[in-house]
Design a protein around this ligand. Structure first.
Ligand code: SF4
Ligand code: SF4
Length: 689
């Protein structure tokens, strides 16, 4: 007797009407599915245009890694097991159902033959049983975590446009998987085929029905088969009308992800986004692909500090707004009621009026922790910055921020100091720092506003200059030609002012008298480093932008920096967001710290998980709002203070230095922790006075 897949077992012989109904309902489910998918497409297409990412082997590799193997969950063992079980369980069961349909409706009906027979059929059965149980295991893990452990990050805002939350979808999937096994068990209990053990789960469950007579088995089989089929078809029809659609959109979002430099903000509309259709189609698709996992929220320094901002809620609110307000929907109005003219409402109401509070959008430090951790590569900072641009245009911002922007506009720096004061710090040096616009140099040091003007940082800026001088680096600065680099101005949403600052700096750089064809620009400020490297148009010039930790690291390796003494003690290092997460510079500062003889102890949140100091995205120019319980810098200082024996936080950013020195005082860690810049430590080890 050759093993062969039975065709509509029991149903074909005893319930022909149900067989016909199954085809009709199957067709209906597919139609409802396609209508839903079409609606999503229509909504995405209502967004602004954005070039479709070019196919490359690298993109395909990234897609396989992150969509199929959930690469971004690799560090979370529980999540990766759960997701892989559910994902591969569903994929294999879907493929198995598709094969069975082809076997039945094509191979058998048209060619009067079946391919699901013999050893291929037995392997197929075994495979489906294994992946079916994997799916059930994954679903139980999901239930356990979501409804027993209940992590904070999984708690969701309730939106009327998402009536079916995870519970119903998980329950439906679990029912489909379990009832599928029972359908198989009832069939095996009645047919008693000798190859039943190739379905280990089904045949084990079949034991439960051993005492039932044939007719009862057939009747019960019909009932369970009907429920299983109805649940499966309902699920298919519901996919595009529920959260389950993220199965497809998250894969699409991963495939379409930004593979360019993380630090290059797309130009977008300078006036910003105020309607859902002001976003590009790729952004709208991203909003639709959020899995509600809350990983972004869990790491967000603004959310942790008590701010109203949650990157997860920003995306969920935008998804909700898209479902409500997109003109592609045809009917609903901004208020979510029928009867109003949706176009009129859409013209009057902005997202900033109806969906967000300004403090929510201003809370963001643009640290990129959310984007870095998001399993589906949603670009939260870009979204928030584009929403801020509109607020800037409307003048909806803090007075302190407005003052800083006025200063930047008028003086080219946020301190409101005249151009001539920019290089005042050089007056305390025992040598003259070259003006790179007037004397030939190998290298230009873009000093940045904080290192130039902040009185607390002058000695460190001078120490850096001495280190460069002692190492024999032929460098100069731009003196009064330098302006704020514009990185944070751009992140505030002031696109026009960013362009002015960038062009003025480029103009100053164009006057530099380079000694060599290779033009090296170093900067001590990670924010300037980011925008100089990723957002300035160097017009094909052979320019190399280096952070001072990269540059000094090379000098140490080349033997051009010699330490006269070794330092000692346990220290920790804080990764600046714009150096680490935005530009992947993690190891060079660590190499320098270790080469000084210091014992580097990592904070729990290090490298790509580093906790922002709270200064980025223009936050250092804004007041804290009443809801802030603990500033990000204070949270970070406490993390450093909790490390056994660590007495120093080493930083590689002038803003970090200012933020952490304040936070050491406000957290009562004065005398226990000091904050030092790497350049300061190098000068100490070189015994530079
Ligand atoms: S960029 Fe940072 S501060 Fe802004 S939403 Fe993301 S995690 Fe929060
Ligand atoms: S935006 Fe990304 S990280 Fe945040 S909840 Fe959605 S899928 Fe998760």
């Amino acid at each position: 007797m050759t093993p062969i897949r039975p065709l509509f077992y029991n149903i074909h012989e005893n319930y022909r009407w149900a067989e016909v109904l199954a085809y009709l309902l199957g067709g209906l489910a597919v139609i409802l599915f396609l209508i839903g998918v079409y609606k999503h497409f229509k909504r995405w297409r209502s967004g602004r245009s954005e070039p479709f990412p070019v196919f490359t082997a690298e993109r395909l590799k990234s897609f396989i890694k992150y969509a199929f193997f959930q690469g971004r969950l690799a560090t979370d063992g529980y999540a990766i097991v759960m997701h892989l079980c559910i994902f591969f369980g569903m994929c294999v069961l879907f493929a198995g159902t598709a094969l069975a349909t082809i076997d039945q409706d094509v191979a058998h009906l048209i060619f009067k033959n079946q391919f699901l027979k013999g050893s291929f059929y037995l392997g197929y059965k075994l495979f489906l049983d294994i992946f079916g149980i994997a799916l059930i295991a994954g679903l139980l893990l999901a239930f356990y975590r979501r409804y027993i452990i209940k992590p904070e990050r999984l708690k969701n805002l309730v939106f009327p446009t998402f009536p079916l939350d995870s519970f119903y979808l998980l329950a439906m999937l679990l029912f489909i998987a379990l009832s599928g096994f029972f359908v198989e068990a009832l069939r095996l209990a009645e047919t008693k085929v000798p190859w039943a053990h190739y379905s280990p789960i089904g045949s084990s469950l079949a034991v439960l029905f051993n005492t039932m007579d044939k007719q009862s088995l057939l009747s019960l089989h019909f009932v369970v088969w009907s429920l299983h089929g109805l649940a499966a078809l309902t699920f298919i029809a519901l996919i595009p009308h529920s959260k389950a659609f993220h199965m497809f959109t998250s894969a699409a979002s991963i495939y379409l992800r930004n593979m360019g430099p993380a630090g290059a903000l797309p130009a977008g509309e300078p006036s910003g986004v105020s309607k859902i259709t002001d976003f590009t189609w790729r952004q709208l698709l991203q909003f639709d692909s959020c899995t509600w996992c809350g990983r972004c929220q869990e790491l967000c320094p603004a959310h942790i500090s008590g701010s109203k901002l949650s990157p997860k809620n920003v995306i969920l609110k935008l998804n909700d707004a898209m479902l409500k307000y997109s003109p592609a929907n045809g009917t609903p109005s901004a208020a979510g009621q029928t009867g109003e003219n949706p176009d009129a409402v859409n013209k009057e109401k902005t997202l900033q009026d109806t969906v967000f509070e300004p403090s929510e959008l201003w809370g963001c430090t643009t640290c990129r922790a959310c984007e870095e951790v998001c399993p589906v590569f949603i670009e939260h900072p870009r979204t928030i910055i584009e929403l801020r641009r509109y607020l800037v245009g409307q003048g909806v911002m803090d007075k302190t921020l407005q003052d800083a922007l006025n200063n930047l506009n008028r003086y080219g720096n946020s301190f409101g100091k005249s151009d001539r004061m920019r290089a005042k710090w050089t007056q305390g040096l025992p040598f003259k720092v070259k003006d790179a616009r007037k004397e030939p140099v190998d290298c230009v040091w873009f000093v940045g506003d904080y290192a130039s003007f902040d009185p607390r940082l002058q000695t460190i800026t001078q120490a850096t200059a001495k280190v460069l001088q002692e190492a024999g680096v032929d460098f100069g600065i731009l003196y009064e030609g330098e302006r704020n680099s514009g990185n944070d101005v751009r992140r505030i949403g002031e696109e026009g002012l960013f362009e002015v600052l960038r062009d003025k700096n480029l103009d100053a750089f164009s006057k530099v008298q380079w000694k060599n064809g290779k033009k090296v620009i170093i900067t001590t400020d990670p924010h300037s480093y980011n925008t100089l490297k990723n957002e300035y148009n160097w017009d094909g010039a052979n320019v190399e932008i280096r952070h001072y930790t990269e540059f000094l690291n090379q000098l140490v390796k080349d033997g051009k920096i010699q330490f006269k003494k070794q330092l000692s003690g346990k220290v920790t290092y804080h990764d600046p967001c714009y150096l680490g997460r935005y530009n992947g510079v993690y190891e060079e500062p660590r190499f320098l710290i270790r080469s000084l003889g210091l014992d580097l102890i990592e904070m729990p949140r290090n490298r790509s998980k580093s906790h922002c100091c709270g200064a980025g995205g223009g936050r250092m120019w804004m007041e804290d709002t009443a809801e802030i319980k603990e500033r990000p810098a204070e949270n970070r200082v406490k993390e450093a203070a909790s490390l056994n024996g660590v007495q120093m936080i080493v930083v590689a950013c002038p803003k970090d230095l200012a933020m952490f020195r304040d936070a050491v005082k406000t957290t009562g860690n004065e005398g226990k922790l000091v904050v030092k810049d790497i350049a300061e430590l190098i000068a100490e080890a070189m015994e530079i006075q």
